[in-house]
Design a protein around this ligand. Structure first.
Ligand code: AMP
Length: 189
């Protein structure tokens, strides 16, 4: 199994680039944000439980997302590999992911770290708010998500740097240019 993480701040383009990787490499997309939004849309008990937290821009609990991911990975024996998008977002999640992947004997191969300057992120998030109407793309929630990222998620990069798994990708330029850089990095993993 070829398991990779696409990592970076909110608005870095993780979802867009994940889609490219899925198409080119046949990996399965595992986005905890998409899973939680789907749960909300279908009105499950879980969806109702996380709705207000998501809209505020805060992270939902590690237990909730870890359980979603574990279920997918343990049922994904036929997959070529996963691309984890928006997960792990805390060091505790990263430790759990490593434990889950150890069960299927397929560790994280690499972490693609999409680097985008802060000013550009805010512009992109506000633009997405206009286009997609996401409830958590308002200015207050954006501030909260950036804060959660800086405090809780950035240490995840360090966690994987210590394992020698992080590859930096410049997240500026056209989508094609960024795809080209990602392809170059993936071929080296
Ligand atoms: P995303 O689409 O990845 O930006 O996720 C949207 C929202 O879902 C986040 O702001 C969090 O409230 C929640 N969420 C998604 N993934 C996670 C995660 N790995 N840990 C905690 N909360 C998450």
């Amino acid at each position: 199994m070829f398991n990779i993480i696409i990592f970076g701040p909110p608005g870095a383009g993780k979802g867009t680039q994940a889609n490219f990787i899925i198409e080119s490499y046949g990996l399965k997309h595992l986005s905890t944000g998409d899973m939680l939004r789907a749960a909300r849309k279908s009105g499950t008990e879980l969806g109702n439980r996380v709705a207000a937290i998501m809209d505020s821009g805060k992270l939902v609990s590690d237990e909730i997302v870890n359980e979603l991911v574990e279920e997918q990975v343990l049922n994904g024996g036929d997959e070529k590999g996963f691309i984890f998008d928006g997960y792990p977002r805390t060091v505790a999640q990263a430790e759990t992911l490593d434990a889950i992947l150890a069960k299927v004997d397929a560790p994280v191969k690499g972490v693609l770290f999409l680097k985008v300057p802060n000013e550009e992120l805010i512009v992109r998030l506000l633009d997405r708010a206009k286009k997609q109407g996401r409830a958590d793309d308002n200015e207050e929630s954006i501030k909260q998500r950036v804060e959660e990222y800086n405090v809780k998620t950035l240490p995840v990069a360090k966690y994987y740097e210590e394992q020698g798994k992080v590859v930096d990708v410049v997240g500026l330029g056209t989508i094609d240019e960024i795809q080209g850089r990602i392809a170059g990095s993936l071929n080296k993993l």
